[in-house]
Write a protein that binds this ligand. Structure first.
Ligand SMILES: [Ca+2]
Ligand SMILES: [Ca+2]
Ligand SMILES: [Ca+2]
Length: 349
């Protein structure tokens, strides 16, 4: 028998549930083992993609239970091994680093050269990366080493073609020991890793930022990189356009957080066309992570499209999931009490 606990079935007890009666809240289910690890079944991919994916929850024994929707209820399939769990890890990789996979000129990328020279520790430990590797399609690996004044305060290299030239850019959080975090863009050149552009560092040590996504968020035909600056102390969602090979500030809005200090989970945001107007929108927690906000920058105007309040903190990733026979798309996230919320995307995708 499947472990099911869905709001739609809890007729008598509905009044006691958080947010009961709010039509936009979507489906709910208690996760097995109160798991709060919401993962993509196909792994981390390019590390920044916005294509909705099949999702599952990770259990304590390392198995995964896939998520699906049937008869209006969200449910969990039988435990299965995690895909890619037995991969050989490259030499010198960051201990908790992830390998990302590109679809263009860069086949794989990862962070390297573990170092303790930046005692900040927002990502689960004080071991950060001192370099990165970009591996080309032919298997040749190119190593980029930072100088001693900076680290990659991150767990992955995100691969995305920001300018549409068929070659990926590599996006990674770089923290300066005296000026805090910046968002840096690299590319694979003929002889090695090229530095392309960088969002200016925040300006104070121990200030951090966490990426959200890359898409044309305002609809002007140019891709923006979105991130939350200082997600632990009242975060600002900032968008930088990638124009003529440079990152240029575009627009910002306040009141967000996409990371809990000390957590290894960096995916507390999803990008999806919520309202079906053809422009990608952003779903992420509010500054206290007690609500999910869906916002748009369509035509350069910031607007909140949905605000879903919760009685417990959002502690999992926030992901766009494909579930059910009709391949409906939901924004999925798990609260601190183990309740999973799957909010249907009203505009489709
Ligand atoms: Ca490119
Ligand atoms: Ca744009
Ligand atoms: Ca939209």
């Amino acid at each position: 028998m499947r472990c099911v606990w869905a709001v739609a079935a809890c007729l008598a007890g509905l009044a006691a549930l958080p947010n009961a009666g709010f039509a936009g809240e979507g489906l709910q289910a208690k996760t097995p083992e109160k798991s709060t690890a919401l993962i993509r079944l196909n792994g981390v991919g390019s590390g920044i993609g916005y294509v909705p994916a099949s999702l599952g929850v990770l259990l304590g024994d390392g198995t995964v239970r896939p998520l699906f929707v049937e008869d209006g209820q969200v449910d969990f399939g039988a435990p299965q091994p995690m895909r890619g769990g037995q991969q050989v890890r490259p030499h010198n990789i960051l201990p908790d680093g992830e390998i990302t996979h590109g679809t263009n000129d860069i086949a794989r990328a990862w962070l390297t050269d573990p170092t303790q020279r930046y005692a900040h520790g927002v990502l689960g430990d004080a071991i950060e990366a001192g370099g990165l590797v970009l591996e080309g399609r032919a298997g040749r690996q190119f190593h980029y080493l930072l100088d001693s004044g900076t680290v990659f305060e991150d767990r992955r290299v995100r691969l995305v073609d920001l300018d549409g030239n068929g070659r990926d850019e590599a996006v990674v959080i770089q923290s300066y020991l005296d000026e805090g975090a910046a968002l840096s863009v690299f590319a694979l050149g003929a002889d090695g890793v090229d530095v392309v552009s960088e969002v200016p560092a925040i300006g104070r040590l121990n200030r951090w930022l966490n990426p959200v996504g890359a898409a044309d968020f305002d609809g002007d035909g140019v891709i923006e990189l979105a991130y939350v600056e200082t997600p632990h102390i009242g975060g600002k969602l900032r968008l930088y356009e990638f124009r003529d090979g440079r990152l240029v500030f575009d627009v910002a809005a306040s009141g967000f957080s996409n990371h809990a200090i000390g957590s290894r989970e960096q995916d507390q945001s999803a990008v999806v066309d919520w309202n079906g107007d053809g422009i990608i929108d952003i779903a992420l927690p509010d500054a206290r992570r007690r609500a999910l906000r869906v916002v748009t920058f369509a035509n350069g105007q910031f607007r909140e499209l949905a605000h879903i309040a919760h009685t417990h903190k959002i502690v999992s990733a926030v992901r766009a999931g494909v579930m059910g026979a009709d391949e409906d798309v939901f924004i999925v996230h798990i609260l601190a009490d183990g309740t999973l919320h799957a909010v249907p995307v009203p505009g489709g995708v």
